[in-house]
Design a protein around this ligand. Structure first.
Ligand code: SF4
Length: 238
């Protein structure tokens, strides 16, 4: 059963350029210290919204929304999502977005035919993923993120967004960011997102000071200049 455990009826910001209804998956293969969705990390059977209810909620709103967004948790852990996406496209013709950490390229490849937008989080460089609880070694992280990049570079008609939560202990230098950019397609938008130290998973993260908005904007500018990529931005909401 798909562990969808949360529903935001309408969002104007989750799916850029679309009015969307958003569903949240429980379960994740990482444990980022700054995670704001700690309540979603473990699946609680009693919270699961059945598939029929998900479809009924979409149907109810289908005349007023443009898209359906799936967030988490981690969306790519659940094979049944592919069938649900297919049904949403066929029955309602709505656009679909997913958020993912990009570590399951074979799954992401299967979602591409149904997607309009995908947002991939690059957390830090592969050698630091062990600090996020990843059960993969750094070479495997690198291989998987490169495979995801290759799939998304080839995808036609799909808006591809990459982003990094700028948590200073994991993204402490330009050198680190340039290593991470190995995994970001040239054509993708890349957002440096502000870390906010409230409602976070790890007690240590509560004591970490965020980069300021001005620092993030300066970093985005510096990276644009040094990489000659123009779609790199600071994102300071949330
Ligand atoms: S931030 Fe995302 S990837 Fe990290 S633990 Fe939370 S849900 Fe999982």
């Amino acid at each position: 059963m798909l562990p969808v455990v949360g529903h935001q009826q309408t969002s104007l910001i989750d799916f850029p350029g679309r009015i969307a209804t958003v569903f949240f998956f429980a379960g994740c293969d990482l444990r980022c210290p700054y995670c704001h969705n700690a309540s979603l990390l473990e699946v609680k059977k009693e919270d699961i919204i059945p598939r029929e209810k998900i479809l009924a909620e979409i149907e109810k709103r289908s005349k007023f929304i443009d898209g359906v967004s799936f967030s988490g948790g981690e969306t790519t852990l659940y094979e049944e999502l592919i069938g649900l996406m297919k049904e949403i496209r066929e029955r309602f013709g709505l656009d679909i977005k997913i958020d993912s950490n990009g570590l399951r390229p074979e799954f992401i490849e299967k979602t591409v035919p149904y997607l309009s937008h995908i947002a991939i989080d690059i957390k830090t460089s592969p050698d630091m993923y062990s600090k996020l609880g990843a059960k993969l070694d750094k070479e495997e992280v690198r291989t998987r993120l490169l495979a995801t990049k290759e799939i998304l570079e080839k995808a036609q008609g799909l808006r591809v967004e990459y982003r990094t939560t700028m948590y200073p202990p994991l993204v402490e230098s330009y050198e680190r960011i340039y290593k991470m950019m190995e995994f970001i397609p040239e054509n993708a938008e890349y957002y440096l997102q502000r870390f906010v130290n409230t409602s976070v998973l790890s007690p240590e993260a509560k004591n970490v000071t965020s980069y300021t908005i001005e620092q993030l904007e300066r970093m985005a500018l510096e990276i644009r200049r040094n990489t000659r990529r123009d779609k790199i931005f600071a994102r300071t909401y949330a």
